[in-house]
Ligand binder design. Structure first.
Ligand code: ARG
Length: 264
C-alpha cells in the first residue's frame, strides 16, 4: 500500500515536470527574442559547402556558408514564407540524409539525373552546368578527351563527374578512378601528380581557375551537358510545389538575375 502511494507520488511529480516544461516551451514561442517567434515552417537544407560559387564558406567568416544555391534558396523561402536552416554533409551522404528525414531539401549543385530521380524528386532545373575535363596546367600529354587512354581520373565521390569517369573506364579508356570527398582535394591530386585528369562541373572548375590561375586548365568544356535541381523526398509535393513556385517567382521578378550577376 505504502509502495503504491509513493509510486503515485512519483507519477504525479513526473506529470508536474512535464507540464512545467511544456509551459516554458509555450512561453518561448510567445517570447520576442528568438527564432521561435516565427510561425513559418522551417526546413532543413543539406549541402556540401566546398563547391564555389554554388556553396562555400565565406572567407570573412568561415562559419557562414554563402553562394548561388544559398541565395537562391533564401530568396525562394522568403517568397514562399518558409525558413531554412543549413546542414553541412558530404555530397554522397545528401540523398541518404534526405531519405531518412535528416534533411528536407538538397541544394548542392546537384545534377538532375534519371538514376537520382528513382530516389528523390527534383524541382524544375534552375541552372545549366555541364561537365568539363581538366588537367594540371603543366600537363601537355592530355590535349582533349582523345588522350585519356590509360590515364588516372580523380573525381568527387558520388558526383556525376565520378559517374562519367566510371563510364569512360568501363569503355576501356581511363585506367583508374580515384574518388575523393571534396573538389579541392581532387585539384590538389592533379597538382601533386596522383591523378592525371578530373571531370568536374564547368562553372566550379572555371571559378577555381579564376581564383587560382596556373594550377589546372580545362581541355574539354563539353564532356556532358547537365542541369541542377533542388531535391526533396519522393512524394513531398507540397514542398516541391513551393520550391517550383518560388523559383518561377524569383526568376520573374529579377532576383534570380541579381543572384547570377553576384556569383558569375
Ligand atoms: N553536379 C554534380 C553532381 O550532381 C556535382 C555536384 C557537387 N556538389 C557539391 N556541392 N559538392 O553530381
Amino acid at each position: 500500500m505504502k509502495k503504491s502511494l509513493s509510486l503515485l507520488l512519483i507519477g504525479l511529480l513526473i506529470l508536474g515536470l512535464v507540464a512545467v516544461s511544456g509551459c516554458t516551451d509555450t512561453a518561448g514561442t510567445t517570447g520576442t527574442d528568438d527564432e521561435t517567434v516565427s510561425e513559418m515552417p522551417v526546413y532543413v537544407v543539406g549541402t556540401e559547402p566546398y563547391f564555389p560559387p554554388f556553396e562555400y564558406a565565406d572567407e570573412n567568416n568561415s562559419n557562414e556558408i554563402i553562394g548561388f544555391d544559398i541565395d537562391l534558396i533564401n530568396a525562394i523561402a522568403a517568397d514562399q514564407g518558409f525558413e531554412v536552416t543549413w546542414k553541412d554533409l558530404e555530397f554522397d551522404a545528401l540523398i541518404p540524409a534526405l531519405q531518412s528525414g535528416q534533411i528536407d531539401i538538397i541544394a548542392s549543385g546537384m545534377t538532375i539525373t534519371e538514376a537520382r530521380e528513382e530516389s528523390v524528386d527534383f524541382s524544375a532545373p534552375y541552372i545549366n552546368a555541364g561537365l568539363a575535363l581538366a588537367v594540371a596546367a603543366n600537363n601537355n600529354d592530355i590535349q582533349s578527351v582523345d588522350d585519356i587512354q590509360g590515364k588516372v581520373a580523380v573525381v568527387q565521390q558520388g558526383s556525376t563527374g565520378a559517374a562519367k569517369a566510371d563510364e569512360l573506364k568501363a569503355q576501356g579508356l581511363i585506367s583508374e578512378v580515384i574518388y575523393l570527398a571534396h573538389v579541392s582535394d581532387v585539384i590538389m591530386s592533379l597538382q601533386n601528380g596522383r591523378g592525371d585528369l578530373t571531370i568536374n562541373d564547368l562553372p566550379v572548375t572555371n571559378a577555381f581557375i579564376s581564383q587560382n590561375p596556373g594550377v589546372i586548365k580545362i581541355v574539354d568544356d563539353q564532356i556532358q551537358s547537365e542541369s541542377y535541381g533542388f531535391a526533396v523526398r519522393t512524394g513531398n509535393t507540397e514542398l516541391l510545389n513551393m520550391l517550383n513556385e518560388g523559383l518561377a517567382n524569383v526568376q520573374a521578378d529579377g532576383t534570380y538575375d541579381q543572384i547570377t550577376d553576384k556569383y558569375f
